[in-house]
Design a protein around this ligand. Structure first.
Ligand SMILES: C[S@@+](CC[C@H](N)C(=O)[O-])C[C@H]1O[C@@H](n2cnc3c(N)ncnc32)[C@H](O)[C@@H]1O
Length: 226
């Protein structure tokens, strides 16, 4: 099925959030990082401003800066209304209220959008749709990340996850996936089977995260080469 912009609801997180989400240390941040389903997060643009190249992959990178900005503007009111209606499903600790959430998300997506065309030229934003193969060499990256895509969207199915994670592990020495709950904040239906599939050949652990916004979403799956 074609990936259409009208079905995308852009929503992007910041470098500070990625650091908490994945417990990124200074040493992690010095390594070579690739982020899958990175969308309109400002992780890449903020890292670039710090002089560090991160590769972000996402199907939305096939669109232009103005198409993405337009889609962000079209959808933001609806998302904020939904957040207001479902506030009890979230933990208002680091982000205090919906107004602050809107400010953080809009700043993140504006940072992303303003960096997008340059980042595309520099091959930092690369159009790619999981579970397809990437163009990168085996173990080219120290760390692969998936924030709020794999495992969360459990309806993509187990095969989608196993193929996607296999490709991620082909090019990354370690991967971290956050969160490990589904969109209803319940244990993701694909989690146990993913662990069972990879644990023979890899070290697979559930680790705590420093981030919890979706209730119960405070753990990540870490898979490393043995
Ligand atoms: C909820 S957003 C998360 C964005 C970002 N990682 C963050 O945490 O701020 C999910 C992202 O997954 C992307 N996505 C959807 N289908 C995908 C696929 N087949 N392969 C890779 N990414 C996909 C979407 O385009 C979107 O940018």
């Amino acid at each position: 099925m074609a990936f259409e912009l009208k079905n995308v609801v852009p929503w992007g997180r910041t470098l500070e959030e990625y650091i908490q989400i994945f417990k990124l240390t200074d040493s992690d941040l010095k390594g070579k990082i690739i982020s899958f389903g990175d969308g309109p997060a400002s992780f890449n643009s903020q890292m670039a401003k710090l002089g560090k190249t991160v590769i972000s992959l996402d199907p939305v990178y096939q669109f232009t800066e103005s198409e993405l900005k337009q889609r962000i503007n079209e959808t933001k009111e609806t998302v904020i209304e939904q957040m207001k209606a479902n506030q009890e499903n979230f933990v208002w600790k680091n982000i205090k209220n919906v107004a602050e959430l809107e400010k953080i998300r809009m700043e993140a997506m504006s940072n992303f959008a303003n960096d997008f065309e340059l980042g595309k030229e520099q091959q930092r934003y690369v159009y790619h749709e999981l579970p397809n193969a990437t163009k990168y060499e085996p173990l080219e990256f120290d760390l692969g990340l998936s924030s709020h895509f794999l495992i969360l969207y459990s309806q993509l199915g187990l095969d989608f996850h196993l193929e996607s994670i296999t490709e991620m592990l082909r090019i990354c020495k370690e991967i971290r996936i956050f969160p490990i709950v589904n969109l209803n904040a319940l244990k993701s239906e694909v989690l146990d089977d993913i662990i069972a599939h990879f644990k023979t050949d890899f070290t697979v652990n559930i680790e705590s995260s420093d981030y919890e916004f979706q209730k119960n979403g405070n753990q990540m799956l870490v898979i490393k080469r043995k």
